[in-house]
Design a protein. Sequence first.
Length: 389
Amino acid sequence: MTLTGVKGARSELGRSLLERKHLSADWLPAFAAVPRSGFLPDLIWPFDMDTGTTVAVDRRDEPDLWSSYADADVPIVTQWDDGAGDGPGDVPTSSASMPSVVFRMLSALEVESGHRILEIGTGTGWNAALLTHRLGTKNVVSIEIDPKVANAARSRLAAQQLLGQVLTRDGTEADEAGSPYHRIIATAGVRQIPPAWLRDAPGGMILAPWGTHFGNGDALVRLRVSEDGGVAEGRFLGPVEFMKLRGQRSPFAGHDVHVPNGVDGADRSTTTVTEEQLLGGDDRFDARRFAVGLLVRNCHQQVADKRDGTRPVWFYGLTDRSWACVMFQDGHAEATVWQSGSRRLWDEVATALAWWRAAGEPGYERLGLTATAHGQRAWLDRPAESWDV
């Protein structure tokens, strides 16, 4: 099948996705038949890739602009602050992902005719619609925790004659009554693989955006589940960014809670680690931050904007009030470090960074995850050498 019959911006989007190898041939019929525009509300907040900002666009006022964003490879926020208000708020809590990410994940899911799929995070319903178009309404079950979001998705799926089953519940509970499933796909980021997912996909696969508390960036992980549902194991496929499951959001209490009195009284030292060595270059998906987060548990990093050649990078313990700050200054061979609390967080970060460099600066593809009902372990190259995360 080709893009014949798909017109305008959607045709251009399809060609771009094909050229970049995000859209595979087996998902082309679903792309052609199920436009994202059919699953978006009138008021959306697309991310403008040129300006780096989120903008409000209402179809009732700007239909052409609305359509151009609907058919563009950009993420679109559809809810803020768990629906507490109608306009932009503090935290985006539901969205339509970039089409390139959606089809990259669907391709990685490796579905086959007859497979039964459990989707965690219905959102707008577009991802469920694409799965249903390919596999049928009886083979796709989607879970959404927010009743209003779930109801809207049901209506849109029904309008497209693609309504399977949409359950309103916490996705970490999965769907034991409907199991077993061949595949579980999460469209919300997780920090812990729920044991129920292993239980409900014995011998199958789990595909999810997974990340630590260290930063907001996730990596897509593909886990093969043992026949008895006891172990899920696999490698990371590359970087992604997703909103987290509501029950797995960051417990970070804020800078002022950790550092109420500034750096006064903290232990002071210096480091020869450079800003580039810690943060990398312009690539925000550099694997080093992800890898460091795998070793430095229960820690949140914040990178401040650079001002007058100076950039502070902060680290906060999530199980106590330990914190650290490293202050980089352009033209200085050493950076000043402050540390406070029972954990020496900068020392932990510096040790993890040295490990990553000594290992040959591994990318995502050399890192993996093993999950059981009792916990998770990360590993480099092979599961035999792993550590708790």
